[in-house]
Structure formats: C-alpha cells, structure tokens
Design a protein around this ligand. Structure first.
Ligand SMILES: C[S@@+](CC[C@H](N)C(=O)[O-])C[C@H]1O[C@@H](n2cnc3c(N)ncnc32)[C@H](O)[C@@H]1O
Length: 202
C-alpha cells in the first residue's frame, strides 16, 4: 500500500472513507469516536485538525489512542480520550458535529442496551450533525443465524452478536427523527457475517 495513504488514513473503515471522499463531513469540526478501540478510524481526523474525542470501555485502548493522538500535532489533547461507556457518554448535549460508532453497537446485551447506546450518541450530536454506524446485521444471512435470546444471535463465524435488520434500522431512524443521507448498505462476508452501514443526519 502507498505509505502516504496509510499514514493519512490508517486502517480506516472503508465506508467511513467513502463518506470522507463524498465530502459529507466537510463542515464538521468536532468528532467523537464512541467505542474508539485503538483509534484506527481517527488518524485522518487527528491529522486534519479536527477536535477529536474518543471513549472506550477498555483502559488499554484509551492508553493506545492517547499515544496515537500525541504522535500528531493536533487540536486533540490527551484529555479528550477517556474510559467511559457509550450508553453513558460524559459530554454535554449537542457537543459534536459527528459521532462514529464502528463495530460497537452489536455488542449490546439486548434491545434496551442497544437503545441506551444509540440515544446516548444521538444526544451529543448537534442538530444537522451526523451519526456514522457500522454494525452487524442479519441482512442476507437471515437463515444462517441462530437466535440465542435478547436479540442476540450465533453467527456462522462462531461469534455472538446483537443483530439488527433493515426494518429495525428504518424504524429507529424514524423514531430518532433522523434522515438517512445514504441508503443502508450491507456487506455479506462470505455468508459468515453481514456488516451494515447506517448513516444518519440529525
Ligand atoms: C470491535 S472493537 C471496534 C473498535 C473501533 N471502533 C474500530 O472500529 O476499530 C469494539 C470496541 O468497542 C468497545 N466497547 C464495546 N462496548 C462498549 C461500551 N458499551 N462502551 C464503550 N466501549 C465499548 C470495546 O472495548 C472495543 O474497543
């Protein structure tokens, strides 16, 4: 891979990259990665002068993303990254232009927990701001997953996930009063799992 591309974008999610190429987030300045992991999705934002924040339940991941942030001269001091739960975000209402939720919502214990995480993220987005979600679904693999209760399923890849479907996503979009600025898109990974991209504007 071209090294400068890797340096600029890191191992960014391809569908988040797609939104960057489309210019969707051109007017955004503040970005929260909710369940940031070690920060693979924020390298570009850090380097481009966005005010980047991140929370994760893992201490080790927050240590790693602080190191990543410190390696770029940016407007994102280490205090912006903290150990916290997505369902209980330690930020004021409407603080962010963009919230990223990449591969986090499918760890929900049940529908109530999923709703708490979603509402918490929605609360901290300003009117007109964006929520980018990448999450597991059963779209295209409906007959290959097995319910284990509480909205969670055993997938053909052996993992257990809370799964959504298109009807649920459309219904939650409407309940939030959100608009879909991109159609719901799903990647079926060789019938082992399906990953769906859900892009909302508040
Ligand atoms: C599969 S990793 C994805 C990390 C990152 N978003 C990415 O795309 O590379 C899931 C992350 O979500 C975090 N996580 C899961 N549930 C969480 C919760 N309720 N609150 C905060 N972090 C959570 C985990 O610690 C882990 O870092």
């Amino acid at each position: 891979m071209n090294e400068s591309l890797r340096q600029q974008f890191g191992n960014i999610d391809i569908y988040l990259f797609d939104q960057l190429l489309k210019g969707t987030y051109d007017d955004c300045q503040s970005v929260l990665d909710a369940g940031c992991g070690q920060g693979r999705n924020v390298a570009y934002f850090l380097q481009s002068g966005y005010q980047v924040y991140g929370v994760d339940s893992s201490v080790d991941n927050i240590t790693a993303i602080k190191q990543l942030a410190a390696s770029f001269s940016s407007s994102s001091p280490q205090e912006n990254f903290s150990v916290a739960l997505v369902e209980n975000l330690p930020f004021d209402d409407e603080k962010f232009d963009l919230v990223i939720s990449s591969a986090v919502l499918h760890f929900a214990d049940n529908a109530g927990h999923f709703g708490e995480m979603l509402n918490s993220m929605w609360r901290v987005i300003r009117p007109g701001g964006y929520l980018f979600c990448r999450l597991a679904s059963d779209i295209g693999i409906e007959n290959l997953v097995r319910s284990i209760g509480n909205g969670r399923y055993l997938l053909p890849d052996g993992s257990e996930r809370f799964l959504v479907n298109q009807e649920m996503l459309l219904s939650m979009t409407s309940e939030l009063g959100a608009s879909l600025h991109e159609p719901i898109k799903t990647t079926n990974v060789q019938n082992l799992r399906s990953m769906t991209t859900w892009c909302l504007q508040k």
